[in-house]
Design a protein around this ligand. Structure first.
Ligand SMILES: [Zn+2]
Length: 414
């Protein structure tokens, strides 16, 4: 029988609030749900922390109860966990709040927790592997970027990053993320390079279009050529394919970036990030001709969405017709026809695509995640750039949150 590995994921802001309660001589309890991915059982919070003078006794709990209790000393009572129950005791100390000791009771036996991730602005990983230590060791090669990354450099160095889209936008993101020197980058895009793509994909060659090479592989090749230390992988499939989603869940990316024209792929990326409890960075650009002024209007939208605190469905609220189409696309079997009239790149009054605009949007997206990791941005955030609407270009940034109508976001966050 294969041994199961246990991982626990918690949101930092909520963990810190619970920690304060524990330091005031209370117990903090959190109900968990178990998500199984291959060999890993990931324990994810389901609901809010309860802070009080008592904690649930396993003997008075259902057979399949799954929860954790945080305390300042080991709790003997939790040893009474019975067959079927999964109960964790997180033991924290006031002197070293960053160090958390974990005792895991599964089926009445004490086991070790293999990974503990605490997610949020300034994310900490409490169990770095040897590989992480190696990656964070300053070398001539990465010392400059590490200084820029500051306290978050360890997080970057051990991160796997997912990039959905390998065209002009996705490749701008992929190549800029490579400059952050992460452990791994995964690129997902089913399309092949076409001749008309080449002008906006400087890393692709005419031969790639001639050979009908996949955008995902061409981008992976370009990243690898520049940064051979980074483990790069191209997946030439649609993100919404169940086998792709299952695989990506197992890879545990630290963040999901999507820069595609396709609403369904954006939405699938958003839902994957929600499931993984990691931020989603959605990027879109539009170059239009204004019918009023006759001027070219360029627009870039970069949204960093925390899990449960806004998603592609609700920030901004997606039009019903567009949402229905996206849902149809999410469930459309590979190879089946797209619904409705064929879409062209000219939809929405688009007059073209600009590599300069895409690269700027990609840069803003990478920097937004960097600020989030450094704890300078602490909520879901939307950055908008416009040029051609007024005499000077506009750059707007605002915090955003989930809509109470959203079927995907966390109801507790409203
Ligand atoms: Zn939502």
């Amino acid at each position: 029988m294969k041994t199961k590995l246990y991982a626990l994921k918690l949101k930092l802001a909520e963990f810190q609030a619970a920690l304060r309660g524990v330091f005031e001589d209370h117990f903090a309890t959190l109900r968990l749900r178990i998500a199984e991915q291959g060999n890993y059982l990931t324990l994810i919070s389901s609901g809010d922390w309860t802070i009080g003078k008592s904690f649930p006794d396993p003997n008075h709990e259902p057979v399949f109860a799954c929860y954790l209790v945080m305390s300042t000393a080991p709790l003997e009572a939790l040893k009474r966990a019975t067959q079927g129950q999964t109960i964790l005791n997180l033991i924290v100390s006031r002197e070293q709040p960053q160090r958390v000791q974990v005792i895991l009771y599964v089926d009445g036996r004490a086991q070790s927790l293999d990974r503990l991730h605490i997610l949020g602005p300034g994310m900490i990983r409490l169990s770095p592997s040897e590989r992480d230590e190696l990656a964070t060791k300053p070398t001539k090669r990465n010392s400059r970027i590490q200084r820029v990354q500051g306290a978050a450099s360890g997080t970057w160095a051990s991160a796997t990053l997912l990039v959905v889209g390998g065209g002009s936008g996705g490749s701008s993101v992929g190549l800029q993320l490579a400059s952050q020197n992460p452990a791994s980058i995964i690129v997902v895009d089913p399309d092949v390079v076409k001749f008309h793509n080449l002008v906006n994909m400087p890393h692709a060659r005419p031969e790639d279009a001639k050979m009908k090479r996949r955008k995902a592989y061409v981008l992976a090749r370009a990243i690898h050529a520049n940064a051979p230390r980074i483990l790069v992988q191209g997946i030439a499939k649609r993100i919404q394919q169940p086998d792709v989603l299952e695989y990506l869940q197992g890879r545990e990316p630290m963040a999901v970036f999507s820069f595609v024209d396709d609403v369904a792929a954006h939405l699938a990326s958003s839902l994957l990030a929600q499931q993984l409890l990691v931020p989603h960075v959605a990027i879109g650009t539009l170059v239009q001709l204004s019918t009023e002024s006759g001027r070219v209007v360029q627009q870039a939208d970069v949204r960093l969405l925390e899990p449960g605190k806004g998603c592609l469905r609700c920030v901004p609220w997606m039009q019903e017709a567009e949402y229905k189409d996206a849902i149809y696309e999410l469930h459309r079997p590979a190879g089946a026809m797209r619904r409705g009239p064929p879409r062209t790149w000219r939809a929405n009054g688009r007059i073209g695509s600009s590599l300069a605009l895409n690269q700027m949007a990609a840069g803003m997206a990478v920097e937004l995640l960097a600020r989030y990791l450094r704890g300078e941005v602490t909520t879901s955030t939307w950055i908008r750039y416009f040029s051609g609407r007024q005499t000077a270009p506009e750059l707007l940034e605002s915090s955003v949150g989930a809509s109470s109508e959203c079927e995907y976001c966390d109801p507790q966050s409203h």
